[in-house]
Design a protein around this ligand. Structure first.
Ligand SMILES: Nc1nc2c(ncn2[C@@H]2O[C@H](COP(=O)(O)OP(=O)(O)O)[C@@H](O)[C@H]2O)c(=O)[nH]1
Ligand SMILES: [Mg+2]
Length: 221
């Protein structure tokens, strides 16, 4: 008799079934280097990073550990377990880390603190061999902020794949959403198609998970 398959499509496509806060680090000696892959999230303060992480993991309050994001500069690791299914219908489990990086663009940020942010992020990227993808979050309502353009240009120089994720898409009507997405694609060229995401409706979650799946399940690292 054929094996009974779960008819719930949630279980047949790539999904995160477990997520837990793992560790916050402030220096290189504390980085998690246990051979698991890492997907990092970065963006302007208030862009919707914590909300997106919670939505992606279907866990309200998960990313709230990074209290006082404007003041505390920590790299927060979340241990993730996901599941995918191959063409034969066999399930596979992946263990990886979702990494929440400190944001940029706080009010009254001095040049000195901008420089220390850059070296902090650059060091994490350089000494994290498991890091396979950087997700850069852009507020879909404001595609052209110079600070995002600068961050993108700088991050591109670090040589990792970058996925642009446009947040708060529910705040725009269909036409404006399409127009701004095209603008993001033009401004952030060289990183594939941006994903529009709403942490309220979870629109875009499947698209982003599908992209993450390529990196978590792929051989590249
Ligand atoms: N309407 C809407 N509001 C959002 C969305 N994502 C975040 N927000 C709101 O934007 C504000 C900042 O979000 P937060 O996740 O804390 O941003 P972070 O500073 O980048 O971590 C909060 O008031 C959120 O409720 C979204 O997709 N849609
Ligand atoms: Mg946050």
């Amino acid at each position: 008799m054929a094996e009974k398959r779960n008819s719930n499509t949630e279980n047949t496509k790539f999904h995160i079934f477990s997520s837990a806060y793992f560790r916050s680090v402030v220096e290189r000696a504390q980085y998690v280097n246990d051979g698991k892959k890492e997907i990092a999230f970065i963006g302007r303060s208030n862009v919707g990073k914590s909300s997106l992480i919670n939505s992606l993991c279907s866990r309200r309050g998960l990313a709230m550990v990074s209290r006082d994001p404007g003041k505390t500069r920590t790299i927060n690791y979340f241990a993730i377990q996901s599941r995918s299914m191959d063409k034969e219908g066999t399930g596979h489990r992946q263990d990886w880390y979702l990494v929440d990086l400190p944001g940029y663009g706080f009010a009254r940020t001095s040049q000195k603190s901008k420089d220390s942010w850059s070296s902090f992020i650059a060091e994490y990227i350089k000494f994290s061999p498991g890091l396979v993808l950087l997700c850069l979050l852009i507020d879909l309502r404001h595609p052209g902020l110079p600070i995002d353009a600068k961050a993108y240009e700088w991050l591109q120089g670090l040589g990792l794949p970058i996925q642009i994720v446009c947040t708060k898409s529910d705040k725009l009507g269909t036409q404006e959403k399409q127009k701004n997405l095209r603008e993001v694609e033009r401004l952030f060229s060289g990183s594939g198609h941006p994903v529009a995401y709403s942490a309220i409706s979870h629109n875009g979650r499947d698209d982003l998970l599908h992209i993450i799946e390529q990196y978590v399940c792929g051989d590249e690292s």
